[in-house]
Design a protein around this ligand. Structure first.
Ligand code: PMP
Length: 412
């Protein structure tokens, strides 16, 4: 049996930081195994958001009064915290967005039309979340570019032996995920970015599943863009970020037009600010950005290295224990495996299995996980996914296995 790792962190005590974990669901203590969809929030993040509305609430960057100055200072401090969190050279390389989806769409709608031409190739992988696929489909239809895909092997890893033949000079962008949201596979991001860079392609890393779970450093990764969502890393919904190397961002046209992104406006024409303001038209999610800063502080207080070890410990333990459940098949058996496990049970549709588990207070996700092509690749229409985070425990996994055993009996 997989041995528990020794850690300085008291993972059980840490659960007290998350008020929602005291909830009961259908008469049972909540077991929240759906953090890959959205994580829970610690009290420190909730407090900071409340404090903002109670003591600082005003619009940023425009008011000449005290509250606006406080809000602006706090908002910009969060940008600096996020920059430090991912090893960006400057806070000017951080654009606040609604999340990963908007970050990727921003690149597809601004960088894409300016730097890609008909016949150019955008290289993706077969394991991309729809939000790192559909924006590129829309762009390629618009400009006549082509999409190409790195295949996924049966074990859920990328078929890297095919990588060199796919990475031809026509490839102008390689956009791919750090961690697969369905399979939990961790991709060798730095190695892949270096190879793409060698042929002069730009790189975009979808860090939605890695950002709050393991150390992520854009210098070490060597990417041009990195996209992530706050809500998967203990921050509120409606906030996320796009990192872009400053020289790359500076060469990009605006995304949305409106207030705050201009230098001067006449009825006919406008001029635009430098990044990041050029890409932040309108009133942003101020409370969200401030909450994101607090989430960064919270995760830094624990250490993403520790969180990663904890995730891996739970995952290895769960993978072993799940072998005891009859008729259960795990999709993706990569050695480099983060805290998400997708599985199918021969006798039960993923929706039925997930609904069955909910009766016992166990929250998982059932369906295609915004990964329809990947599900098709594995010959299924969907799966059930259990995903873990810093507040989960081995005892909860024991309980999950009990519930899955009940399900195996129920559906047979
Ligand atoms: N990419 C990956 C790998 C994801 O897991 C998700 C969220 N499931 C997204 C992109 C989209 O994130 P959001 O919905 O927060 O924009």
């Amino acid at each position: 049996m997989h041995k528990a790792v020794k850690s300085q962190v008291d993972w059980t005590a840490l659960r007290e930081d998350f008020p929602i974990l005291r909830e009961r669901v259908n008469g049972h203590p909540l077991i929240y195994f759906d953090s890959a969809a959205s994580s829970q929030k610690p009290a420190s993040v909730l407090d900071v958001v409340r404090n903002y509305y109670e003591h600082e609430n005003a619009n940023v960057h425009r008011g000449l009064h005290a509250l606006s100055a406080r809000a602006t200072e706090h908002y910009e401090k969060s940008r600096q915290r996020v920059a430090d969190f991912i090893g960006a050279k400057s806070a000017d390389e951080i654009i606040f967005t609604r999340g990963t989806t908007e970050s990727i769409n921003l690149v597809a709608q601004t960088w894409g039309p300016k730097f890609l031409r008909a016949g150019d190739v955008i290289l993706l992988t077969e394991m991309e979340h729809h939000s790192n696929l559909v924006p590129w489909q829309l762009l390629s239809e618009r400009i006549g570019a082509q999409l190409r895909f790195v295949p996924v092997r049966d074990d859920g890893t990328l078929a890297l032996e095919k990588f060199s033949s796919l990475l031809t000079p026509e490839v102008k962008l390689f956009a791919f995920t750090h961690v697969s949201n369905s399979l939990g596979t961790i991709n060798p991001v730095a190695e892949l970015c270096a190879k793409a860079k060698n042929i002069g392609a730009a790189t975009l890393v979808d860090a939605a599943q890695s950002i709050g779970h393991m150390p992520v450093n854009v210098q070490e990764i060597g990417c041009d863009f990195l996209a992530f969502s706050g809500h998967k890393m203990c921050a509120p919904t409606g906030i996320g970020a796009l990192y872009g190397r400053f020289d790359v961002l500076d060469a990009m046209p605006p995304y949305q037009g409106g207030g705050e992104m201009i230098v001067s406006v006449t009825l006919e024409k406008s001029t635009f600010k430098k990044p990041p303001q050029r890409f932040e038209a309108g009133t942003p999610s101020i409370a969200g950005a401030i909450g994101l800063g607090a989430a960064v502080d919270y995760l830094e207080g624990i250490g993403r290295g520790e969180i990663f070890k904890h995730d891996v410990d739970l995952t290895q333990y769960a993978l072993e224990r799940m072998k005891e459940v009859p008729g259960l098949r795990v999709l993706g058996t990569a050695k480099e495996h983060a805290g998400a496990i997708s599985f199918v049970m021969d006798a039960a549709h993923p929706h039925d299995l997930t609904t069955f588990a909910d009766r016992y207070g166990l929250a998982m996700r059932g369906g295609h996980h915004c990964n329809q092509p990947l599900m098709r690749r594995f010959g299924v229409t969907g799966s059930t996914r259990a995903s873990f985070y810093l507040y989960n425990t081995r005892e909860e996994i024991d309980r999950m296995v009990e519930i899955l055993q009940k399900a195996a009996n129920f559906f047979k």
